[in-house]
Design a binder for this molecule. Structure first.
Ligand SMILES: [Zn+2]
Length: 259
């Protein structure tokens, strides 16, 4: 196992973090060192790698609050369904939209913004960008979202696969994203539940219980940034049950700062 792969395994096992978006950790290389740390109430993930960690600058340390985030959309099939559920629960959310899915879905993006959610960037292409590609992928997506909204979108950015680096963080800040990459500490692993293929990231006891798995992770971590994907039907179908159970446990849903 390469050193970078060992690091990722340590992050995955030690911090309870996993890479979203079906990344294979063995293929994921980044430039930074990290150490294990306490993520019990983990939004202050100072030890996690850039891209995966939640920036301390967001000041989300309040326990018991969850910040709902949805990556990879917009989805003509699911994003509006998810918005309906969020409205029912009066829950704000952040949508990290992928540049490849903007064309044809512009009205959805404007509806997300009009509903009070954050329209945020998930890079122009859903790949692990090279350093050569990265600046263009950031600015192209930034400008595309601004054009759709007719105004600057909130300057929040999430790396595909959480694949950040110190060099990319510098590019992000120079491109107008003051916090760098916005990571997560609660991974729903929704993409693991959507196919017949076995996903060994989900404990066997929860393989047929997506709602139970997400609620158990919420209870284990107690608060923070929760990662979903609005391209996943299982999330659209089960979000209402998840939020209902979390409300029953006394949790609240917060909005990320609007940059
Ligand atoms: Zn993604």
């Amino acid at each position: 196992m390469r050193p970078t792969a060992r690091l990722l395994r340590a992050l995955t096992l030690g911090l309870g973090l996993t890479l979203g978006c079906t990344a294979d950790p063995e293929d994921f290389v980044h430039e930074d060192d990290a150490e294990e740390g306490d993520s019990q109430y983990g939004v202050s993930e100072a030890a996690a790698a850039p891209g995966v960690r939640v920036p301390a600058s967001l000041a989300l340390q309040g326990r018991g609050t969850f910040y709902l985030t949805f990556d990879d959309g917009p989805s003509a099939r699911y994003t509006r369904r998810i918005m309906e559920v969020l409205a029912r629960h009066e829950a704000p959310a952040t949508f990290f939209f992928s540049g490849a899915n903007i064309a044809g879905n512009e009205p959805i993006i404007r509806e997300v913004h009009a509903a009070g959610h954050r329209v945020a960037s998930h890079q122009w292409s859903h790949v692990i960008a090279t350093s050569t590609q990265f600046t263009g992928f950031v600015t192209r997506e930034r400008d595309a979202l601004d054009r759709v909204l007719g105004a600057p979108h909130p300057r929040l950015f999430r790396y595909p696969y959480g694949a950040g680096s110190t060099a990319k963080e510098t590019v992000l800040r120079a491109s107008g994203y003051p916090d760098g990459g916005i990571g997560w500490n609660v991974d729903t692993l929704d993409w693991c539940f959507g196919s017949d293929a076995y996903c060994d990231k989900v404990p066997t006891a929860y393989r047929r219980d997506y709602v139970g798995w997400v609620v158990s992770e919420a209870r284990r971590l107690g608060g923070g940034v929760m990662l979903f994907h609005d391209i996943q039907g299982i999330t659209a179908s089960n979000l209402d049950a998840i939020l209902t159970r979390m409300e029953g446990l006394g949790y609240h849903f917060g909005a990320l700062p609007s940059r």
